[in-house]
Design a protein around this ligand. Structure first.
Ligand code: B4P
Length: 193
């Protein structure tokens, strides 16, 4: 079982690279951002709350998001493994993921996509124009970057200490970033054989 966390600031390419990883390594893709956007479309209670928070660049509370992830894992047994895209975003979520995967092989690797802030902002503004995402506006982007620094970035030291962190330069083309990811994942797949 290969459980991969893809990690980084908003707009670093987590979602983009996850799709390529899923295609090549047949992992189940769990994007908490995508799940929340579906809840928003369906206008569920969680969706209504998430909408307010996402539009202002804040995180959905840990207890709700951890419960959501735990339910998804229970209903999606995949022997090949999972790619966690956008989760964890806080240390509490990191602790919860460790516990949830305790009986399922643990986390094999955390891929940290490192991108300069200027490029992140350019990408998110472009996506805002193309896809009309309500959280890709100039004010919300600034807040998301601050929330990332305050609440999510501490996970870098957390996973470094566990020896699981691989930092990849994410400002290159989609194809070049994926080449770096493949080098890491191919090695792990080979070792697991
Ligand atoms: P997410 O959906 O996870 O959004 P993201 O961080 O903005 O996107 P990502 O990094 O995946 O960027 P992408 O590949 O699309 O979260 C949205 C919100 O949901 C959060 O702000 C939060 O409020 C809430 N949320 C989600 N998970 C949560 C959790 N665990 N706890 C609490 N709240 C949570 O790339 C961005 C753009 O760049 C795209 O347009 C893409 O085409 C482009 N791009 C990607 N790679 C590129 C490259 N190499 N070169 C050029 N462009 C590239």
């Amino acid at each position: 079982m290969l459980n991969v966390v893809i990690f980084g600031a908003p707009g670093c390419g987590k979602g983009t690279q996850s799709e390529l990883i899923v295609e090549k390594y047949h992992l189940s893709h769990i994007s908490t951002g995508n799940v929340l956007r579906t809840e928003i479309e369906k206008k569920t209670e969680l969706g209504k709350l998430a909408r307010k928070l996402i539009e202002t660049g804040q995180l959905v509370p840990d207890d709700l998001i951890i419960k959501m992830l735990s339910d998804i894992l229970k209903s999606n047994p995949n022997k090949q493994g999972f790619i966690f895209d956008g989760f964890p975003r806080t240390i509490a979520q990191g602790n919860a993921l460790g516990q949830l995967l305790d009986d399922n092989g643990g986390i094999a690797v955390v891929l940290n996509l490192d991108v300069e802030e200027k490029i992140l902002i350019e990408r998110l503004l472009k996506r805002g124009e193309e896809q009309n995402r309500h959280d890709d506006t100039p004010e919300t982007i600034q807040n998301r970057l601050k929330v990332y620094k305050d609440q999510t970035e501490p996970l870098i030291a957390y996973y470094k200490k566990q020896g699981k962190l691989f930092t990849i330069k994410g400002s290159y083309s989609v194809e070049d970033v994926f080449e770096s990811i493949k080098e890491i994942l191919d090695r792990l797949v080979y070792q697991n054989k």
